[in-house]
Every structure is written in C-alpha cells, then in structure tokens.
Design a protein around this ligand. Structure first.
Ligand SMILES: [Fe+2]
Length: 496
C-alpha cells in the first residue's frame, strides 16, 4: 500500500515537472546557474594546505576529462612556486582537479589561474602568512542553502565581512556549505561565492550536511593536507600554524561526532606546538540552546572533547551547526574559569536558515550560567542571556552573521556582526577580547601523529562505549523528562 502511494506520488511529481508547473518555484530562486563549457574550470577553491607561509592547495572541477594546469604569479608577474598535481578524478558526473603549490614566499601576494592550458579561469588571488604575530581572519558557518537566492544572500554577508575586515588573510567556513550536498547546490554555492572563493584562502570545516548521502563530497571539494587525518568518508581533520597561533580543524562527522582516535590526534597535535595561541574549529557545538542541543552528540562533545581542550590549553573554540550566536564564559571541566578557561563561540549562521532558542534546553542540557552572549537572528533577539535586553527584539539582528578574529601578539579579539537583511547595514553584536603572556607554551610531543586504519577501528569500541554511557546514563533520562515539552514545541511550532 505504502509502495503504491510512493509510486503515485513519484508519477505526480514527474508530471508536475514535465508540464512545467514546477517552474513556479523558479520565482523563489530555484533557477539553475548558467551551464559551464566542457573544459571550463568551476568550483575553484584555494585552501590552507600545510605550511601557511609557503604552500596552498587548489581544487576545481570540469565537466569532462581534461588536463590539469595551474599558473601562479608573484606581484611582479613572474611565475612562482613548485606545482604538484595531486589528483584528477571523475566524481559525481564531473572531474575534479587538485594541485598543490609549494615553495612560495612568506608574506607575499599572488595571483593564479587554473585550467588545461587552453581554457583558463579568471585570475584569482591569495596572500601567504608573513609569520609575524599579527594577523586577522574571518569566520562564518552554516550557509546551508538550497535555492540560489539564499546562497546569494549569504554571499552578501561574506562580502560585508571582507568590507569590514579588508586585511583578512583567510576565511574559515565552519561547515554546512549546502543543505543536501547535491551537484545543483554546490553549483549554486559556486555561482554565488565564486569570486570570494577564488580570491581568499579558505579553511573549510566539514559539516554534517557536506556529504549528505554522498560520501567523500567534502573531501573531493577541497585540496587539504590530509596526511595525518583520521580516515573518514565525510570530512577531514587537519592543522596548521599561522603567525603565532596553532589552528586545528576537527571533523565532527567522525563516528557520531568524534572518535577517541581523533581526540588523541588533537591532543598530540596541540602538544606538538609552542605557539602562543591554540584555536580549534569544528562544526557541531558542545554548548548550544538551539534545537540540536537536545541530541546526545552535543552532550558527548561537552563531556569528552572539552576535556581534551582543557588538557592542551586551547584558548578558543569556534563552531556552527545550531544557527544562532552564542559565546560562553571561559570554561574548564564544565565550570566557569575566568583565568584559564576555554571560550566557546557558536557562530551565528551566515545563511538564511535561522534557529530560535529552545528554552526547555536551558538548565536541562546546558548550564545557562555559562552563557556570556547570545543573539538569535531569526527573531532578532539579543544580546546577553542574563542581561536586560535578551528578549527585546532588535530588527537589525535579523540577518546573516559573520565573525572577525584578530591576533596581535598577546591579544586575541573576536568581533561578531550581523548584516541586516532589510537595510544591508552591518551591526556589531558582540566583542570578546583576551590577553595572555606570550612565549610560555612548550611543545611536549614530537612523534608520528597519524592514525592507522587498524588503530581507528580499534578505537571505535571505546568511542561507542563512551557515547553509550553518556547517551543512556545522562542524555536519555533528561530527554524523556523533556519529551512532553519537546512534543509540545513540535506541535505548536512545527520543529523538532
Ligand atoms: Fe549542521
């Protein structure tokens, strides 16, 4: 019966498309982007790949198989860098090309183009790290769009970010680039963000939507240094130095969110640096009041991964996934520690899909004493959880969010902004600054930090046991107590 119903629905859908009724949705921004020529490069990205002062990874697609060529020029127009072509493979109806360029000069500006030697892209650009202890970058999350129109709105937010911080040396994207990770969505992302992606170095973070149903989408979209990465089909973990900071990117698609193998990698990775600042990026958030705060993965991250951050003296963790802006007070061991704690920032969404606060989560799944700043983009609320204006609507907070991070010696400053949908104005919603004594960190690990497949599989047993203990011991009883309220919200607000 169910099968017959499904078949009937499929036939109806086909008929709808065939007779053009589906074109009504074009008015809502569903139109396709212009078709590409067979060997015309598209989806071009420049990504951090190993040494930030001397090396970059490039990835692009073509519709058909063709040669992989890249030209990198220094400021004088002379050819620069040593090129290694790492990959060119058929993937999801197209061909991806990867090239790594090394032996660049630190602190220089470069232009580049990619192609097959005949068909070339427009010139793009990037800068390399000069290695000093002063730099800045942009961080965004959760573009997670389907229609072109929403990708374009998110691109306006990112353009506003580069106007706000023109000296940004790279951009971190904390994941969920698209909603369903289809070819069409990645093409729309490329169409809206093409100029931005070709003219900045990206630090991509794998989100749970980046590979939805198609494994390896994320891994085949960017050229990253995966030499130490824990083997998963839905994202990679990697790290690099920039200025006086060590930066690690985590993959929360590993197992349910994070295997013990990846936590071990993080511990060794952070212990191998003597850089002053230790910063981590990941997609899912341990601390959130959004709708995803009620699932065991957030609790698992908050009970396990946060302990690793504590152990290796991480300063700042930025994430996404729950489409609202939240900054915690500095925390150690799930307690407020103003002196030495880790600050967690749940980036607001740069996109148009915005979440409300689930107030029943407060006190149940997250200690609200931890919250220092909170901004809800959907209703335009904000900014301080315990402050006078938490529930007052600010129309200017209805828009896309971006964050700027500036490191200047012993001072790190994060400023967060919303680009108002209505007026296009950019308004600061939060600022956070921390100062520390530099030159204090020591490297205590110097071994091989790769994880073998065997070691990873072995680690899954304790990983799942650990998750099960949190899930059944702590999460399930809380979830069951909250279930009536969760169902009430589901019925009245149509969201789970
Ligand atoms: Fe997500």
């Amino acid at each position: 019966m169910q099968k017959t119903l499904k078949k009937l629905l499929s036939i109806l859908l086909c008929l709808t498309i065939a007779f053009g009724i589906g074109t009504a949705s074009f008015a809502d921004g569903e139109e396709e982007v212009p078709a590409k020529g067979d060997t015309e490069p598209f989806r071009i990205s420049v990504s951090m790949n190993g040494d930030a002062g001397t090396q970059r990874g490039f990835c692009w697609y073509t519709k058909t198989q063709t040669d992989t060529k890249i030209e990198v020029l220094d400021a004088s127009g002379a050819a620069a860098g040593k090129v290694t072509f790492t990959d060119s493979q058929e993937w999801e109806g197209g061909w991806y090309h990867k090239a790594t360029v090394s032996e660049l000069k630190a602190g220089e500006s470069y232009t580049f183009r990619v192609g097959n030697g005949t068909d070339w892209s427009e010139y793009g650009s990037f800068v390399t790290d000069d290695g000093d202890d002063s730099f800045s970058f942009i961080e965004i999350a959760d573009v997670q769009a389907t229609p072109l129109e929403n990708f374009q709105k998110a691109a306006l937010t990112v353009e506003a970010a580069f106007e706000t911080l023109p000296d940004a040396e790279f951009i971190v994207n904390c994941g969920d680039f698209t909603n369903d990770s289809t070819n069409e969505e990645w093409n729309r992302f490329d169409y809206a963000f093409g100029e931005i992606n070709a003219n900045s170095t990206m630090v991509p973070v794998a989100g749970n939507h980046d590979g939805f149903g198609v494994e390896n989408w994320f891994n085949n979209m960017f050229n990253l240094d995966t030499s130490e990465s824990v083997e998963t089909k839905d994202g990679v973990n990697y790290s690099f130095d920039y200025g006086n900071a060590h930066i690690a990117v985590l993959n929360t698609n590993d197992m349910m969110c994070m295997s013990i193998a990846q936590m071990k990698w993080l511990k060794n990775d952070m212990d191998s640096t003597d850089k002053d600042w230790k910063i981590c990026f990941m997609h899912k958030s341990p601390y959130t009041l959004g709708k995803d705060g009620k699932w065991p993965d957030a609790l698992y991250l908050g009970r396990s991964l946060t302990l690793v951050f504590d152990m290796c003296d991480v300063d700042l963790v930025m994430s996404g996934h729950d489409h609202m802006y939240l900054r915690t007070k500095p925390l150690t061991g799930n307690k407020i520690d103003e002196e030495n704690g880790v600050t967690y920032i749940l980036s607001g969404t740069a996109g148009t899909k915005r979440y409300e606060v689930r107030e029943f989560l407060a006190g149940m799944f997250m200690n609200t004493d931890f919250i220092d700043a909170l901004t809800i983009q959907k209703g335009g609320y904000g900014n301080y959880w315990n402050g006078e204006d938490w529930k007052s609507t600010k129309e200017t907070n209805i828009g896309g969010c971006f964050n700027t991070v500036t490191v200047d010696g012993g001072t790190l400053t994060v400023k967060s902004y919303i680009r108002c949908d209505e007026t296009g104005e950019v308004n600061e919603i939060d600022t956070y600054s921390v100062t520390k004594e530099t030159g204090k960190n020591e490297a205590t690990f110097s071994g091989d930090n790769t994880t073998s497949e065997f070691e990873y599989i072995l680690s899954l047993v304790p990983s799942f046991l650990c998750l099960a203990v949190y899930a059944f011991g702590e999460w399930l009883p809380k979830f069951l107590i909250d279930l009536p309220y969760i169902l009430y919200v589901y019925i009245t607000q149509d969201t789970f």
